[in-house]
Design a protein around this ligand. Sequence first.
Ligand SMILES: NC(=O)c1ccc[n+]([C@@H]2O[C@H](COP(=O)([O-])OP(=O)(O)OC[C@H]3O[C@@H](n4cnc5c(N)ncnc54)[C@H](O)[C@@H]3O)[C@@H](O)[C@H]2O)c1
Length: 244
Amino acid sequence: MTTAPARAQRFTDRRVVVTGAAGGVGQVVAGLFREEGARVVATDVAPADGVVPCDLRDDSARDGFVADALAELGGLDVLCNVAGIQQFAEIGKLTPDGLRRHFDINALAPLMLTQAFAEALVASKGNVVSVTSISAVMGQPYNAQYCASKAALLLGMRSLAVELGTRGVRVNCVSPGGIATPMIEAAAAGLPADANWDLVAKSTSVIPGFMPPVDVAESLMFLASDAAASITGANLVVDRGVVW
Ligand SMILES: NC(=O)c1ccc[n+]([C@@H]2O[C@H](COP(=O)([O-])OP(=O)(O)OC[C@H]3O[C@@H](n4cnc5c(N)ncnc54)[C@H](O)[C@@H]3O)[C@@H](O)[C@H]2O)c1
């Protein structure tokens, strides 16, 4: 019987917070950090073993989570903003609440979490990795609320990379293409029955199919690691080579 080789221990005793850790990419990321020796506080609005419940849209719940995480870890070395939502909606179905939900969870929460953890990250010369999307830099039909919120996140993080960079904190983004997680199915429920598939399927990837969440997680781990010490303000695209 063969056993998988032990992973490199890049994060021994590093203090890490991961959002969106109940499933998908976030769950894999939290597991990999633990395998590599980190002390991890994982959170999600959905219940899961080893995950602290927190709705990141709720300001006081988010502040309470930050205080508890800092008390438990005694500081912070890495913040991973992975939580997100996506719901396709054609223009006639956009609502203020739907738009606000996308901006609150995809853009505002990671920016406010970075603010809340900033002094701890300055103290540790730590770093932030946020999961945006290729949707942040391309127009996609029925996806205005998601594209706009991820674009806001990308530019917000690039701004913080410059501002916090002067104080020794690196800030980077990973922009995935399609990942085989429940998010894709949930998002598709919002596609109109008469969706224009010429536009929906316009972008295809060189490597076919949706990628496993671990492929995104590995890029995030690299950016968080000391091997990426000279990388900040970057947007690492992990999309199997999407072409238009
Ligand atoms: N699945 C894809 O094809 C794809 C493509 C590009 C980018 N992304 C991004 O990757 C990240 C991870 O997505 P995933 O594919 O693993 O999807 P996922 O749905 O499995 O994971 C997202 C997690 O965020 C959590 N979440 C949602 N709202 C929250 C809230 N208010 N408070 C706290 N947690 C909340 C969910 O409960 C869920 O566990 C997301 O930011 C997503 O936008 C996904």
